[in-house]
Design a protein around this ligand. Sequence first.
Ligand code: NDP
Ligand code: MG
Length: 397
Amino acid sequence: MRQVVILGATGSIGCSTLSVLAMHPQQFKVLALTAATQVDKLLAQCLEFQPRFAAMLCPKAAAELKAALASHASATEVLAGPDALAELAAHPDADIVMAAIVGAAGLLPTLAAVEQGKTVLLANKEALVMSGELFMDKVQRHGATLLPIDSEHNAIFQCLPAAFQQAKQRPALSEMGIAKLLLTGSGGPFLSRDINTFATVTVAEAVAHPNWSMGQKISVDSATMMNKGLEFIEARWLFNCAPADIEVVIHPQSIIHSMVQYTDGSVLAQLGQPDMRTPIAHALAFPDRISSPVQPLDFSQLANFSFSKPEPERYPNLYLAIAACAAGQGATTALNAANEVAVAAFITEQIRFTDITRLNEKCLAHFLNYAARSLDDIVALDFEARAYAQQLVRTLN
Ligand code: NDP
Ligand code: MG
């Protein structure tokens, strides 16, 4: 029986994780669930899965949860505050930690799990975008097992040789006969929308992803294709490769989840429904396989597959992220911070859809050559870049 902690249990990935775990009660037990503020949702999850611990970022929400659980005579112990999330991620009884908090807030609790050598299932891509080099060093130093949940990275991982998947120190791709990683993306909801109308994109239009059902922030990132940019940076660190080894390919059907091209001309791809419960089930059971609630693919029902290159004018954010990746960890931390501020401002209707790009561009230009090596540097730069971006939100208004 492996004990699982879910950071961000009430989110899209958290709920998908619980739906896979519910199918395998003999193999997995929920040790702890965490959320930020959503009391009712976490309460329902605690009553169903009876974890030993629950934690909420917001102390007031934690107090409400505690009272509600007491009224149900629940034995779940409730903790509060950001330190409690990190404490549960590092709990001695935790075998697997699902890192599914959205944004930079996921960095410290995820690192706490890495530092205890846990098996970390990484959905929180922003953690790697901010601290890739430091994060991967810690994974190695503390003997943690890092398994990608992001569907593209999970697909690439599945297409890599077993020697790479299980290596303590990840070898260079060229040593494994690999020529290139092909990172696929659907192109989001605006693949064929007239670019001249982007300034009037509404929040409802931006979060309506054609293939995937996800949280709000990643849905907006998919519309700008910043999501693919963050994934580009994520792939660079996860797979120990150079930016030149990664190519982004638009595949609007989202059935191929990414591919690996070998030097002999072979291309291996992982296919499946656009449903995160497949990569989650894969990583939970790795190196074995377990069932998931996902419907199998029916090839007689599939439309034609198509592929294209992402146009720079349509997806400038993708290219900003690629530029940041080449510049270094300071640039990626600052761009990630700017983008979180910009997306939040767009969702609350303070800025237009096209302002997300303007804000990210200005922020990246300002912080492009900043160095951020230690965790303290990264946290300080994240803070500074957010303040700079907030200032830009006010001037764009
Ligand atoms: P959601 O917005 O649906 O869920 C976010 C979760 O994090 C919720 O449980 C939320 O709690 C919690 N949370 C939010 N802010 C904080 C904070 N400051 N401190 C602690 N907890 C917090 O996000 P998703 O599930 O969509 O995404 C999670 C991560 O996974 C992101 O990094 C995303 O990029 C990545 N990912 C998601 C995919 C998807 O299909 N959704 C696919 C690939 C990657 P509460 O509910 O209380 O607010
Ligand atoms: Mg993805």
